[in-house]
Structure formats: structure tokens, C-alpha cells
Design a protein around this ligand. Structure first.
Ligand code: ADP
Ligand code: MG
Length: 254
């Protein structure tokens, strides 16, 4: 089965072990959500999967459609079809959004092949319209001076343009007001389908009202401690994280 498969992953940052034997499989065609208290290592997981150099992997494996990716550079992982929407997107002054996206797409083409500019802009405008983004955002520097919500929308624009096989969205809902949340969720819902696996990381259940996941995982202290259907998210909304921390106390401290 084609999937993003994570096996028994242990990883640390700044000398502290954050992921402590995490296993997870996101099959192509499904949307999985990871919920968990702040500090449980959700963003760490997304960065390790994408190959952030600050994070050290001690053991475990990650496979993209059966291919091991831990030895690959971030750009190689991206070329294999991996995408990450950051929790805190960075600003790149002096590089326009349109040039940035074009360079990202160009980098995936075989040597000697050029992007067709007319087709590129047509597609860019289509995706921007879908996300209700003003055209002026093509000329503005990447995320430079964007509001929190505009940055998140811009991450989804990148997702739509790059058309990856697996996408990790790290708290794409945070900082969005309800209208922006709907637009972003509509965008993701239009992109979901049999050819993409999506991992939604979120602290709150709210996003999952709009993007209904196939599976919900709960992450605590660097491990998945529970997996279930979308009802699990509602349970967490209603009862908070405390009950799960109690129920899984032994597992968590092990
Ligand atoms: P979450 O996304 O679930 O809130 P994070 O993965 O951001 O959790 O953080 C997990 C833990 O790792 C936290 O204690 C955080 O302070 C620590 N951490 C994450 N990134 C770094 C870093 N670059 N340097 C030091 N500590 C970090
Ligand atoms: Mg986080």
C-alpha cells in the first residue's frame, strides 16, 4: 500500500529526546489528524519527516511509498512528493511569491525543461482564486509583512501549486479567523483525493469540523497513545486532554 510510513522513530533536538518511539502510517488517499497538548512533539515530527538539520534521528525509519527517506536531503524528499506547511512560516524579503513558487516548481523538472510561463500564471491565478487571495500577493515578498492568516493561506497556495503526494499541515488553523479557516479548509478539501495523503496537525478540534479526517491520532510526549475515528477529536474537545493523560499514564512515562 502506498503510504507515508513512520516506524519507531526516536529523535532529539538540542540534546533532548522529543520523539520517543513514534509509529504512524498515513495511506495515500486518506486524511489523518494528529492532536496533542502543546509541547508533545507535533512540530518536531513534521520537521524530522522533512529533514530539518537541527533535529537528530537516533533510530527508526520513514518510508515514502516504500522508499526510505531518512538519508535524503530535504529537497530530495520534496522531489519525491513530500510537502510541509509550517506552523510558523518564514518570511523571505526580496523574493516575490510568484518567483518563489515558480522556482520551486522549476526545481522539480528534469534538467533542460523550462516551465511554461503562460500555463504557470494561469494555474497560479486559478489556485489563488480558489483561496480567495488577491492578485497583489504574487508580487509581494514571500510572507513578508503578511498577517498570520495570510501566511497560512499562502502555505496552502504552495500546497496547491506543488501538488505533493503527501502533505503535512502543521497547525494551519492557528491564527485564522472563522472566514479564513473556512477558505483554507475548502482549499484542502478540494485538494484531498485518492492521490494524496494528508497529515493535519492541530491542537484544536475546530479545524476537524471543516476538514473531516479519516483517522485521528493523539500524540503525547513524543508518541501516538491513541488512534480512532473522528469521534476521538470530539471526545478531546469535550473532555480536554487530562483523561487521556490519566488513562495512558503508564505508557507515557515508560
Ligand atoms: P508541539 O508542536 O507539539 O507543541 P514541539 O515539537 O514544537 O511541540 O516541541 C516539543 C518540545 O521540543 C518542546 O519542549 C520544545 O521546547 C522542544 N523543541 C522543539 N524545537 C526545539 C529547538 N529547535 N530547540 C530546542 N527545543 C526545541
Ligand atoms: Mg507545534
Amino acid at each position: 500500500m502506498d503510504s507515508l510510513l513512520i516506524k519507531n522513530l526516536r529523535a532529539s533536538v538540542a540534546g533532548q529526546e522529543i520523539l520517543r518511539g513514534l509509529s504512524l502510517q498515513v495511506p495515500k488517499g486518506e486524511v489523518h489528524a494528529i492532536m496533542g497538548p502543546n509541547g508533545s512533539g507535533k512540530s518536531t515530527l513534521s520537521k524530522v519527516v522533512c529533514g530539518h538539520p537541527d533535529y537528530e534521528v537516533h533510530s527508526g525509519e520513514i518510508f515514502l511509498d516504500g522508499e526510505p527517506i531518512l538519508e535524503l536531503e530535504p529537497d530530495q524528499r520534496a522531489r519525491l512528493g513530500l510537502f510541509l506547511a509550517f506552523q510558523y512560516p518564514c518570511e523571505i524579503a526580496g523574493v516575490s511569491n510568484a518567483n518563489f513558487l515558480r522556482a520551486a516548481l522549476q526545481a522539480r523538472l528534469p534538467k533542460g525543461e523550462e516551465i511554461d510561463a503562460v500555463a504557470y500564471y494561469k494555474r497560479l491565478y486559478e489556485k489563488m482564486d480558489m483561496l480567495e487571495m488577491d492578485r497583489k500577493f504574487t508580487a509581494r515578498s514571500v510572507n513578508d509583512g503578511f498577517s498570520g492568516g495570510e501566511k497560512k493561506r499562502n502555505e496552502i497556495l504552495q500546497l496547491a501549486m506543488l501538488d505533493p503526494k503527501y502533505a503535512i499541515l502543521d497547525e494551519t488553523d492557528s491564527g485564522l479567523d472563522i472566514d479564513a479557516l473556512r477558505i483554507v479548509a475548502d482549499g484542502v478539501n478540494r485538494l484531498r483525493g485518492p492521490n494524496i495523503g494528508i497529515l493535519l496537525i492541530t491542537h484544536y478540534q475546530r479545524l476537524l469540523n471543516y476538514i473531516v479526517p479519516d483517522v485521528v491520532h493523539v500524540m503525547v510526549k513524543g508518541r501516538i497513545v491513541r488512534s480512532g475515528g473522528k469521534e476521538l477529536a470530539l471526545d478531546l474537545e469535550e473532555k480536554g486532554y487530562d483523561w487521556i493523560l490519566k488513562e495512558c499514564a503508564e505508557e507515557i512515562s515508560a
